[in-house]
Design a protein around this ligand. Structure first.
Ligand SMILES: Cc1cc2nc3c(=O)[nH]c(=O)nc-3n(C[C@H](O)[C@H](O)[C@H](O)COP(=O)(O)OP(=O)(O)OC[C@H]3O[C@@H](n4cnc5c(N)ncnc54)[C@H](O)[C@@H]3O)c2cc1C
Length: 431
């Protein structure tokens, strides 16, 4: 059945530019063929086209059809887990570098948003910080430890006591940490903005063209869809939740044991006259998230941990019991019993076994690269991840290239499995 997100519907209603050259038909050549046109694929197209490569993007549906056009729009920093847990799991220095990755990502994203704005394209970007809200006394205790650690490492964070929380949260929640550097976007418009910039730099987009095969040839890669193909020097796999399918074509079936497709659901209410929240909020280790849009609507998502079995699917159809929980937050927790829900949807994320993304060359191949497995946190990583990929593809060094190298899963002592429903596998932000 599927669904259309509020953002995708808004994009269509306000007139999205037609950037696609239609379906891929016939035989083409490119320097780089990119599979998937979400935030990863469009950003990779942009950086590579700007570096002078002939870039072709092949998308099964439309630009921003996947999770990138369906997410909460939170532009956060840091790992899937809180900073103390991340430091304990990955080591303090690695946790610091991961947070720095998000800071760089935000700076790159903000600059691109400005460029799009100069072309008359609004990505719905705002930077009012984010509030990580504690759903339990234990979570508040963790935030009390996170904040000084973040400050010590040079990042911005402030503790918020319960009596300073937004009024309607005070009964159910225990306090929060405020991260002033965070931001938000209208995710479908944001991805379309990246695609617009990529196209102006020379990238060609093909839509409605599911890639059926990727194979390495002498000196390059052949990317094949039903009606056409692209012979390229390099391929970038940017299909996130669908990476294991392409991996299987390239002798990388191990991807399916490292990446788990997981459904996330959201809703949007009618406009609410009262200004309830000044910035995006997330709680319960990132399982719950919400933000109030400029017109007063509430966008609410998450609560996946209340029914993990039903959400372990790659089906973009919104479903009970999660939708009931989302509405329950609006009607019961916030006390807005008369507020009606106007839009519901779902999207598919990709949770990695160690809670960190995979960015780099696909082990076992010479010409195929990938970025994905963002564990519900793609806006925090993807633009920078694509920048790292572009450097690697051009044979350049990047100081962050080692951080999320996919080869770590094939090392002698690979990171142990992380249950996507445990806290360690959870994003700090929306998921
Ligand atoms: C409900 C929800 C809320 C979320 N909230 C947030 C948030 O607030 N902040 C945040 O940072 N992250 C959030 N995320 C996660 C974020 O959306 C993802 O991490 C991110 O969008 C991944 O981007 P991507 O470009 O790698 O993948 P996608 O956007 O999923 O793009 C992959 C594309 O590949 C295409 N494709 C698949 N197979 C093929 C094929 N064979 N051939 C051609 N094309 C193919 C798909 O159609 C799709 O367009 C959320 C996700 C969901 C579902």
């Amino acid at each position: 059945m599927g669904s259309t997100s509020f953002w995708q519907a808004e994009l269509s209603a306000t007139g999205a530019p037609e950037l696609s050259s239609g379906a891929l038909r016939g035989v083409h050549e490119a320097d780089v063929a990119i599979v998937g046109a979400g935030v990863t694929g469009t950003a990779a197209a942009l950086w590579l086209a700007r570096a002078g490569a002939r870039v072709a993007v092949v998308e099964a549906r439309r630009i921003a059809a996947g999770a990138s056009g369906r997410n909460g729009g939170f532009l956060l920093c840091g790992t899937a887990t809180g900073y103390t847990t991340a430091s304990a799991t990955y080591g303090r220095e690695r946790a610091r570098r991961i947070w720095g990755y998000g800071v760089t990502n935000h700076a790159l994203a903000a600059a691109l948003v400005r460029e799009a704005h100069e072309l008359g394209w609004d990505c719905g970007y705002a930077r009012h910080g984010s509030l990580r809200v504690a759903a339990s006394a234990g979570e508040m205790e963790e935030l009390r430890q996170c904040v000084p650690l973040l400050l010590e490492d040079g990042w911005q964070a402030e503790l918020v006591e319960r009596d300073a929380l937004p009024v309607r949260l005070r009964a159910a929640y225990h306090g929060a940490a405020f991260y002033p550097a965070d931001g938000e976007v209208q995710p479908a418009r944001y991805v379309m903005g990246l695609a617009l910039l990529a196209q102006r730099a020379g990238a060609i987009f093909y839509g409605e063209s599911p890639v059926t095969d990727v194979s390495e040839t002498r000196g390059g890669v052949l990317v094949t869809s039903e009606l056409g193909s692209i012979q390229a020097r390099t391929a970038v796999l940017a299909t996130n939740a669908w990476l294991p399918e392409l991996g299987a074509r390239l002798n990388a079936s191990w991807l399916s044991s490292v990446l788990t497709p997981t459904r996330g659901q959201m809703l949007v209410t009618e406009p609410i006259p009262e200004r309830l929240f000044a910035c995006p909020c997330y709680a319960d280790e990132g399982y719950q998230y919400w933000r109030q849009l400029a017109d007063g609507r509430l966008a609410v998502g998450g609560w996946r941990n209340h029914s993990p079995a039903s959400e372990a699917v790659a089906d973009e159809t919104p479903a009970q019991p999660i939708q009931q929980r989302l509405a329950g937050f609006v009607h019961d927790t916030l006390g807005l019993a008369a507020t009606s829900v106007e839009h519901r949807w779902a999207g598919i994320m990709s949770f990695s076994r160690d809670g960190l993304p995979l960015v780099g060359r696909l082990p076992g191949t010479r010409h195929c690269y990938l970025a994905g497995g963002y564990t519900g946190h793609g806006n925090a990583y993807a633009v920078h991840a694509a920048h790292v990929l572009a450097a690697l593809i051009q044979g350049e060094q990047d100081p962050d290239a080692d951080l999320f190298d996919p080869a770590r899963f094939l090392a002698a002592d690979p990171p142990g499995p992380i249950d996507p429903n445990s806290k360690a596998g959870e994003p700090e932000g929306a998921q």
